[in-house]
Design a protein around this ligand. Structure first.
Ligand code: KG4
Ligand code: ZN
Length: 378
């Protein structure tokens, strides 16, 4: 059995988690001991997005507090001085905001030195992939078998910083069902050329006067529009939907929303220039549908091209109800399994980082880990 401490500070969530993993009879099992996430969203909302140096300062402040909260109940008040039962530390090395990544890496190095344990650097996007494999909502402390992944697989990764379609295949190229990640290799099939899907949600939310991060707020308004039978006030474009490439572009969609809002402000706003709630709900629904249709169509094309035997949805935007529903329908119609993260780990967390570190296996690494703001899956 291996006990891993995961550390995640790539963006505006400071997160720490402890998990245990074990392998027996070809099964890879994991149980979560505890997972803590401290979101800085409220602080950053004043800037309408994440402010890197503020994120860094907050991580520096929050990491020791979270560590004590996590470790003291398990290993006692003197956990720092004695060597607690941690066998390995997994830390996010990228992609993300460099100043924010560095705080996690430096923190991990200090602990590793004190406790004389190895560190495994983890790619944040790989973390989202394995978080989706864990899937279920099993209570903390319960052993769960990690679901084997039929390869080749396609992963749609949608977050605030990324929108990527990734092909996962076995290192040796044959089809089969694999659990251990050191048997996988990645190929990025397509990515956004401008805004990430989550970024587009956040920017459109801002145009509609909703707080940051806006994705969940758009989602709520869109659902209300559906329930109340409100239709989108304008037809929005589906950028690049049938151009044959697996790349995405969302900035034109955001501009189309901006123009529609500016036009509506002249024709249907109240005396104070405010737009009515029905307009906002309809706009949210129209935007959510446009993004979802593009994601669904490109994912279908990626599965076709790669003859994928499974589909993974990961990243913060995977919490979106319509996107989950449409991809579930797509996987069902193609008769392939869909791996979705449970909602509480769809956003950034350290559980997925610890798990990704564990699945890498015995890949030792010294203290020379560096932050890679733009690190790609490899
Ligand atoms: O993966 P994540 O937590 O952080 C990054 O690595 O970027 O993703 C955060 C993004 C934000 O843009 C947020 O607005 C979006 O995920 N998001 C959603 C929903 N919940 C979170 N977007 C659409 N619908 C949601 N329900
Ligand atoms: Zn993320």
């Amino acid at each position: 059995m291996t006990t891993i401490l995961g550390i995640e500070t790539s963006c505006d969530e400071t997160a720490l988690a402890i998990i245990e993993t074990r392998e027996a009879a070809g099964k890879f099992e994991c149980r979560v001991i505890n997972s803590l996430v401290h979101s800085q969203a409220e602080l950053h909302s004043a800037y309408g997005g994440v402010y890197p140096n503020l994120a860094k300062r907050e991580h520096q402040k929050n990491l020791p507090v979270l560590l004590t909260k996590l470790m003291e109940p398990l290993y006692g008040y003197d956990f720092l001085e004695k060597r607690p039962g941690i066998d390995r530390i997994a830390v996010t090395e990228g992609p993300g905001l460099e100043p924010a990544l560095w705080t996690g890496i430096v923190f991990a190095r200090d602990l590793a030195e004190k406790w004389k344990v190895p560190i495994t650097p983890v790619n944040h996007m790989e973390g989202h992939i394995v978080g989706s494999l864990l899937g279920s909502d099993a209570p903390y402390g319960t052993w769960q078998e990690l679901k084997p992944l039929p390869l080749p697989s396609v992963a749609l990764l949608v977050s605030g910083g990324h929108t990527e379609l990734v092909k996962i295949e076995s290192v040796r190229g044959e089809a089969g069902t694999y659990v251990k990640k050191n048997l996988w290799k990645y190929e990025i099939l397509g990515a956004t050329r401008d805004d990430a899907a989550g970024e587009a949600f956040d920017k459109v939310a801002r145009l509609l006067g909703l707080p940051y991060p806006g994705g969940p707020h758009i989602s709520v308004l869109a659902q209300k529009a559906e329930e109340e039978g409100i239709e989108p006030p304008v037809d929005l474009p589906r950028p690049m939907i049938r151009n044959g490439s697996l790349d995405f572009s969302f900035s034109g969609l955001k501009t189309a929303v901006l123009y529609a809002i500016q036009k509506a402000e002249k024709t249907r706003a109240d005396a104070d220039g405010r737009l009515d709630d029905d307009f906002k709900k309809g706009m949210a629904l129209g935007f959510e549908r446009a993004v979802t249709e593009v994601l669904e169509s490109k994912t279908r094309a990626a599965i076709d091209q790669t003859s994928a035997k499974s589909l993974i949805l990961g990243g913060g935007v995977s919490a979106n109800r319509l996107i989950r529903e449409r991809l579930a329908r797509l996987a069902y119609s193609l008769d392939i399994p869909l791996f979705l993260p449970s909602k509480h780990i769809s956003g950034d967390n350290a559980l997925m980082i610890a798990l990704a570190g564990a699945m890498r296996g015995i890949e030792e690494s010294s203290g020379d880990i560096t932050a890679h703001g733009t690190k790609k899956l490899a």
